[in-house]
Design a protein around this ligand. Structure first.
Ligand SMILES: Cc1ncc(COP(=O)(O)O)c(C=O)c1O
Length: 395
């Protein structure tokens, strides 16, 4: 019997939640089941809310510094959960991982420098460098037996002397891969030898499902440690994205000093009162919640897979090794992307992410967020089934 009620439907409308309150502006209708942006519809761990309420009762919200126990909570979490012994001086608060990517681009590259990404991948990996006028080089992932793997031979081929940065999604969004140690060693080797700095975005790391185990990139080899900037956060893990409490981990002193100086020049490394507090509360008191949430999410994933196999076999779920995002292969429906999106939005009344936004290899796919009560998923899949049946009888 779970201590937490993940089945409970909580109305988020009117709370300025992007997921619900931006439906009209993003999808043209507010009357959709929102299964898009990557936050969950579950209450965050009680430890987080209690710490925030307790602090709010104090009533003075002045300038705040990170406490020793804040740093310890991160060091202990990363050490115990991911077997990576990090030092306090390696850590710096950042106001969000997407912003962190922009800072690295700004700090370490110039306009001539190319940025390598491995699509289909989290769309800001393409959007942010593009907005900073950096050329993007795609090293598309290879789809093999229904799972993605990195194209290491392809990577070696596309590299030229202008490639200066590779952005790695570890674990991968939208495919949910937990990259193996060997894959990461190989990437580290190629990038180090070619003078390409690696950003390892590990925001989904705490959500790996057993038996998969997240491997921190910087911990796989000396080449990885010396040539990378890792970003982590409690935001996906504990559903506190709105609090913004990410951090960078940089073992290499030269890289760290340069990055920290860049941040300090605009006071970007200064967190805020609830960021420090919520991160610490989550890491210290959210462990049990997390294992139950992961259990619930895993059962949702299994449900989606079984439902599709039984009722909509033209759509196949890529079973994620981590996190609450399911990459749906809809290519067998044979619809042009615009019609596919319209089937989901206009006919089935569902708001998912259009696969095309994740770049090369995303056409024919939709990304479904299953961090939501089962009843929402059941309703969504029933809607989809009916919409497809209606479309088929019409044609
Ligand atoms: C891979 C990845 N990185 C970063 C983010 C967003 O991080 P932040 O809110 O800290 O910018 C997300 C959110 O979906 C994500 O999936």
């Amino acid at each position: 019997m779970s201590k937490y009620n993940f089945d409970k439907i909580i109305d988020r409308e009117g709370t300025n939640a992007l997921k619900t309150d931006a439906l009209l502006s993003r999808y043209g209708s507010a009357d959709l089941i929102p299964l898009w942006v990557a936050d969950m519809d579950f209450l965050s761990p009680p430890a987080v809310s209690e710490a925030i309420i307790e602090r709010a009762k104090h009533g003075i919200f002045g300038y705040t510094c990170p406490s020793q126990s804040y740093y310890d909570s991160i060091i202990n979490w990363v050490g115990s959960r991911h077997n990576w012994k990090i030092e306090q001086e390696w850590l710096t608060f950042i106001p969000g991982i997407v912003k962190g990517i922009a800072f690295v681009i700004d700090c370490f590259t110039t306009k001539e420098d190319k940025v390598i990404i491995q699509p289909p991948v989290y769309h800001p990996f393409r959007i942010i460098p593009t907005l900073h006028h950096r050329p993007i080089v795609d090293n598309q992932l290879i789809l093999e037996a229904g799972q993605y793997k990195m194209d290491l031979a392809g990577l070696k081929k596309i590299i030229d002397r202008d490639c200066k940065l590779l952005i790695l999604c570890n674990p991968h969004n939208p495919g949910g891969r937990v990259w193996t140690k060997q894959e990461l060693i190989d990437i580290a080797e190629i990038c180090y030898d070619n003078n390409i700095l690696v950003i390892s975005d590990e925001i989904h790391s705490d959500l790996a499902f057993t038996p998969n185990k997240h491997v921190p990139f910087a911990n796989v080899s000396e080449k990885a440690a010396q040539n990378s900037i890792t970003f982590m956060a409690p935001s996906k893990t504990f559903n506190i994205a709105g609090i913004v409490s990410s951090y960078s981990i940089i073992p290499n002193k030269e890289l760290r000093d340069k990055f920290n100086k860049y941040l300090e020049s605009s006071e970007l490394e200064e967190g805020h009162i609830f960021a420090y507090l919520a991160a610490q509360a989550a890491y210290e008191g959210g462990g049990e919640w997390l294992s139950e949430a992961k259990n619930y999410i895993w059962n949702n994933i299994t449900f989606v897979d079984e439902y599709l196999k039984a009722n909509i076999p033209q759509i196949k779920a890529m079973i994620p090794e981590a996190s609450f995002l399911v990459w749906l292969d809809c290519r067998e429906l044979g619809l042009p992307q615009k019609e596919l999106v319209s089937l989901f939005v206009d006919d089935a009344k569902l708001a998912l992410n259009d696969g095309v936004m994740f770049g090369a290899g995303g056409a024919g796919y939709m990304r479904m967020n299953v961090g939501t009560p089962r009843a929402n998923i059941e309703k969504a899949l029933d809607n989809l089934k009916k919409a497809i049946e209606t479309k088929q009888t019409r044609s």
